[in-house]
Design a protein around this ligand. Structure first.
Ligand code: SAM
Length: 286
């Protein structure tokens, strides 16, 4: 068992380095010994598959990833954790820590520099305040990674993985299902963290598809349609599209009719194919 899930050891290391937890940076460190080995073994990292971790904290997941992968590159924003990681990861020679902001770094460049054309996955216990932005960044930039295994708040996990056409679906789940096949791996109770957050978490895995799940001639327009459709969830699709895309009602009704979608339908009832048909009809409007 890793010493990094031993509360007294972690407390001792952190206090020797004068570290105090920052709520703003989403610092809830894992102390449940079974979680990190499970994440490391399920994320696809291996002897030939490198890993990028976002937010190593005190290095508890990093150490497990180091044991299964040939190389781990971990991006940590909080520079106070650098001396901590030096100590806790001493002996993990295949780990490189980068001090930076995962939302600002050029991740495509970093992957190319650190891993060349080798296979790479992302595995992280994400700070809750950048859960969706990090996921969207990886998907929209079409980063060359095979999968994204992340721990997020349970509610966020449900929203992100929600199947299109179901009540919990939204703009993020549509994007996730466009670029990947999401899997709910396992739940993690709030007591597994120090300090304990107010809500439970879950680990999800987004398996990146080699090509998007639906065909569309105009990807940008497709996502404009998705965002406009979900922007006002209580409205009918016709009303949301009309206000979100600044189109008159008659045009929207004609588009929906040609796409074979009832105007009173709501965004949450739409499948990926429905959004793709709306996009096709909209682009033919000129
Ligand atoms: N991986 C550790 C664990 O499981 O115990 C820590 C996870 S903690 C939920 C999130 C970590 O992300 C913290 O170490 C925090 O400092 C770091 N972090 C927060 N914002 C970040 C950002 N924008 N870029 C990189 N790291 C960030």
């Amino acid at each position: 068992m890793s010493r990094l899930t031993d509360i007294s050891y972690v407390r001792d290391v952190l206090s020797r380095h004068g570290f105090t937890f920052s709520k703003a940076l989403g610092q809830n460190f894992l102390i449940n010994p079974s979680v990190c080995p499970k994440m490391a073994s399920m994320c696809g990292a291996g002897e030939k598959v490198g890993v990028i971790e976002i937010g190593p904290g005190a290095g508890v997941l990093t150490a497990e990833l180091s044991a299964v992968s040939h190389k781990v590159v971990a991006i940590e924003l909080d520079r106070r954790l650098l001396p901590v990681l030096d100590e806790t990861l001493a002996g993990c020679d295949n780990v490189k820590i980068i001090n930076g902001d995962a939302m600002k770094l050029d991740l495509a460049k970093l992957i190319e520099k650190e891993f060349g054309s080798g296979e790479v996955v992302i595995c992280a216990n994400l700070p809750y305040y950048i859960t969706s932005p990090v996921i969207m960044r990886v998907l929209e930039q079409k980063l060359p990674v095979a999968s994204l295994t992340v721990m997020v708040q349970k509610e966020a996990a449900d929203r992100i993985c929600a199947a299109p056409g179901t009540r919990e679906s939204g703009a993020i789940s549509a994007a996730v299902h466009y670029y990947s096949e999401p899997e709910m791996l396992f739940k993690v109770s709030r007591g597994s963290f120090m300090p304990a957050p107010k809500v439970d978490s879950a680990v999800i895995k987004l398996n990146i598809l080699s090509k998007p799940s639906v065909e569309t001639d105009d990807e940008k327009l497709f996502f404009k349609v998705v965002k406009a459709s979900f922007a006002q969830r209580r409205k009918t699709l016709a009303n949301s599209l009309s206000s979100g895309l600044s189109l008159n009602k008659a045009d929207v009704n004609a588009i929906l009719e040609r796409a074979e979608i009832p105007p009173a339908a709501r965004a949450e009832e739409m499948t990926m194919e429905d959004f793709a048909r709306i996009t096709t009809q909209l682009s033919s409007l000129g």
